[in-house]
Write a protein of this length. Structure first.
Length: 154
């Protein structure tokens, strides 16, 4: 295991215990989500809210509509953060095993708002509902994510 991964997990244990939003933001700033200015707005046990501004880099050329694939990625990422926040990362990790997202409306300007709530918090699986909305609160996409909880090798 690399030193960087170990340090990341050590830091994430603090997040799990204290829901340290600032630490989470720090860890994501050097990822694609940091590049896209994704922001974690609220995190509590079993609930996460995030947002991201639309920019020309993340819309379909010529149409100016947010890429569906990016929405899918946001849905899975937010559900993954939610599952990680509920686990002891010394003992467990997650694997995304199923994602289903339905797009009901396009979005061409403003901010994307992502609201995620856990529906099932089992010992071996977590199921999350994730809604993506526009600034007026209208539904853009809705998704379900199942994360499998796996024990780390000793």
């Amino acid at each position: 295991m690399s030193v960087e991964k170990t340090a990341f997990n050590q830091d994430f244990k603090k997040f799990n215990k204290d829901f340290n939003k600032e630490l989470l933001i720090e860890k994501f700033k050097d990822t694609i989500y940091g590049d896209l200015n994704m922001r974690i707005d609220k995190i509590t046990e079993g609930h996460i809210e995030a947002s991201m501004p639309l920019s020309p880099r993340i819309v379909r050329p010529g149409e100016g509509v947010l890429y569906g694939g990016l929405i899918l990625s946001l849905v899975e990422t937010i559900a993954g953060i939610g599952s990680l926040s509920l686990l002891d990362l010394d003992k467990y990790d997650i694997r995304g095993v199923q994602i289903n997202t339905n797009h009901v409306r396009g979005l061409a300007a403003g901010r994307v708002y992502v609201i995620s709530d856990i529906l099932h918090h089992g010992r071996r699986t977590h199921v999350w509902n994730v809604d993506v909305r526009n600034e007026e609160g209208k539904l853009i996409s809705t998704g379900r994510v199942m994360n499998m909880i796996v024990e780390k090798a000793s």
